[in-house]
Design a protein around this ligand. Structure first.
Ligand code: C2E
Ligand code: CA
Ligand code: CA
Ligand code: CA
Length: 279
């Protein structure tokens, strides 16, 4: 009918205007921030539960907006994905991580592999592997120092392409982890189909793991299943000693969370790296 279809856009809607104005300026500002090197990378360590040592770290982008202050990636990553700005953003992250690794090598400090979050759209884009290869070559970094995190939901479509991209990454020595595991409704068959190295249990399940028996059951069985398939298991969002005790008891491999450290700027991360044993 006309009411439903025809006249939809003729009403003046001030709220929509403000939203689209904010979106527009945010997009413009983000484009500039990427171009002018105004984004920042933070690092959150991953700790091995057997040795108590930092074995890797996740890179997480930060944007201190001149007017709106520190913006959460949850606010601007979706915008970057919608506008295509995610491509130069990820390129900046990859280059920044590899350049840091080069500088750590030159300083002679002991460091760890760094993981990079890659959105589905980018992971499946034609240019992804080629551009990563070029960065590795330019910075002279070995692929073994990198891990790529893709969300469980991003691997549900285009299985052939996902499979071949994963195997190309592995040829470069780069590890692959399935992020936010447990939230994506994927069948467990995906775990056997893809040749991933790491599975990160979403923090949603960890939050109530000691108080909610069904979350505890989910976490236990994910650990068991993943290890049976030769994957390393990382618990995200570990905030309490009780959660840590639970995860140790069920032999989770690694943890990441505020209990040990929030994501921190690189200077602080280097101080953490210099410590011997952490937990
Ligand atoms: P994610 O990949 O699941 O990253 C983990 C998020 O959990 C981070 O939020 C981290 O700060 C937070 N976190 C870590 N430990 C704890 C904890 O103990 N408790 C709680 N409540 N939270 C914890 P952050 O940094 O705000 O990033 C949010 C999301 O934005 C990320 O979720 C990721 O999906 C996306 N993101 C961040 N950086 C990048 C990036 O460089 N590229 C892309 N494509 N996405 C990114
Ligand atoms: Ca992640
Ligand atoms: Ca995650
Ligand atoms: Ca997430």
């Amino acid at each position: 009918s006309k009411e439903k279809g025809g006249n939809r856009c003729t009403f003046y809607n001030p709220i929509m205007d403000i939203d689209s104005f904010k979106r527009f300026t945010l997009e413009k500002d983000l484009r500039l921030a990427i171009h002018d090197n105004k984004l920042e990378l933070y690092f959150q360590p991953r700790i091995d539960l057997k040795s108590g040592k930092i074995v890797s770290a996740e890179s997480l982008v930060r944007w201190n907006h001149p007017e709106w202050g520190m913006l959460s990636p949850a606010e601007f990553i979706p915008l970057a994905e919608d506008t295509g700005l995610i491509l130069p953003l990820t390129h900046w992250v990859e280059l920044t991580v590899c350049s840091l690794i080069t500088s750590w090598q030159a300083e002679g400090i002991s460091y760890v592999p760094i993981s990079i979050n890659v959105s589905a759209r980018q992971f499946l884009s034609k240019n992804f592997i080629q551009s990563l290869k070029q960065i590795l070559q330019e910075t002279q970094v070995d692929g073994h120092w990198l891990e790529i995190e893709i969300t469980e939901t991003s691997i549900l479509e285009n299985q052939k392409l996902v499979e071949s991209t994963i195997s190309e990454l592995k040829t470069l020595g780069i590890k692959v982890s399935l992020d936010d595991f447990g939230t994506g409704y994927s069948s467990l068959a995906y775990l056997t189909q893809y040749n991933a190295d790491v599975l990160k249990i979403d923090k949603y399940f960890i939050r109530d793991v000691t108080t909610n028996p069904s979350n505890a059951a989910v976490v236990k069985s994910i650990i068991h299943l993943a290890q049976g398939l030769g994957l390393k298991v990382v618990a995200e969002g570990v905030e309490t000693m009780d959660q840590l005790t639970f995860l140790k008891q069920y032999e989770c491999d690694e943890i990441q969370g505020y209990l040990f450290s929030k994501p921190v700027p690189v200077t602080e991360f280097k101080k953490l790296l210099a410590k011997e044993v952490l937990i």
